[in-house]
Design a protein around this ligand. Structure first.
Ligand code: 6PG
Length: 246
């Protein structure tokens, strides 16, 4: 990537960042429903979006999105059962989905247990069925985080998934975690209508500055692979994470 003028909004606190993210998600959802009568949203795991998910589940926000009509997908998954504390499905189900009434048939979870390659291929088939006829998925919204090492989704530095150009979903062996992940690929993310990065915390500051201002180096900074083909990309960042941008 290395966007020439990235669309970045900076917030004083993680709470204000979550509030802005919730409002933006509502705005995107309303636009999607108005245009097509539906919403397809792919959610990331990690800690940063949890405040946003919890906020979206509160009285003030819950009814702003017709969740009963939404289709919810997952950006990536850890290879653990869904009731494991590390499961993205488990965490997002608890923080958001169980509280806003998305029908279980509209929650498209990635299986974490079992063979990662098989689970990746099953998930890709599920996406291809949902986005029938399309060459790449067209999510209304993909919500992403940024790791301090430059990863996003489960696209970690120097891993094979970074070079994937055909598949929508792939397993990805991550040596530094001594485990595999299952992840949307960069092109599958890049065909979304809207992509939002949520970045919080001073441990992200150096990496965020390198993603924006450093040389293009997606092998080491996979977040630079995220560059929408025909959609919008915004970065919602708190002040500690933004400290090296200015
Ligand atoms: C995951 C993610 C991952 C995450 C980043 C940032 O499953 O962990 O999808 O890409 O977004 O690691 O995580 P934090 O928000 O916890 O810093």
């Amino acid at each position: 990537m290395k966007p020439s003028s990235p669309n970045v909004s900076i917030f004083d606190t993680a709470e204000k960042l979550a509030e802005a993210a919730a409002h933006k998600i509502v705005e995107i959802a309303r636009t999607a429903f108005a245009r097509s009568g539906s919403l397809s949203i792919a959610l990331s795991g990690g800690n940063t979006p949890r405040l946003t998910y919890k906020l979206l589940a509160t009285d003030g926000f819950r009814d702003c999105i017709p969740w009963q009509e939404a289709n919810v997908f997952f950006v990536d998954e850890r290879c653990v059962p869904h009731d494991h504390p590390d499961s993205n499905y488990g965490t997002i189900q608890k923080d958001l989905l169980s509280k806003v009434g998305v029908p279980s048939s509209n929650v498209h979870a990635i299986e974490g247990e079992g063979d990662p390659a098989t689970n990746a291929s099953r998930y890709e088939n599920e996406l291809r069925t949902f986005f029938s006829e399309l060459q790449w998925p067209r999510f209304d919204l993909v919500l992403l985080g940024l790791g301090a090492d430059g990863h996003t989704a489960s696209l970690f530095p120097r891993t094979t998934a970074l070079n994937e150009t055909k598949h929508w979903v792939t397993e990805n062996r991550v040596e530094k975690l001594s485990s595999a992940r299952i992840t949307l690929t960069a092109p599958a993310i890049n065909y979304a209508s809207n992509i939002i990065f949520l970045v919080s915390g001073d441990e992200k500051a150096e990496c965020l500055a390198a993603v924006f201002k450093g040389p293009r180096d997606p092998e080491n900074l996979p977040a630079q692979l995220i560059q929408p083909v025909n959609g919008s990309l915004i970065w919602l960042v708190d002040r500690p994470a933004a400290s090296q941008l200015i």
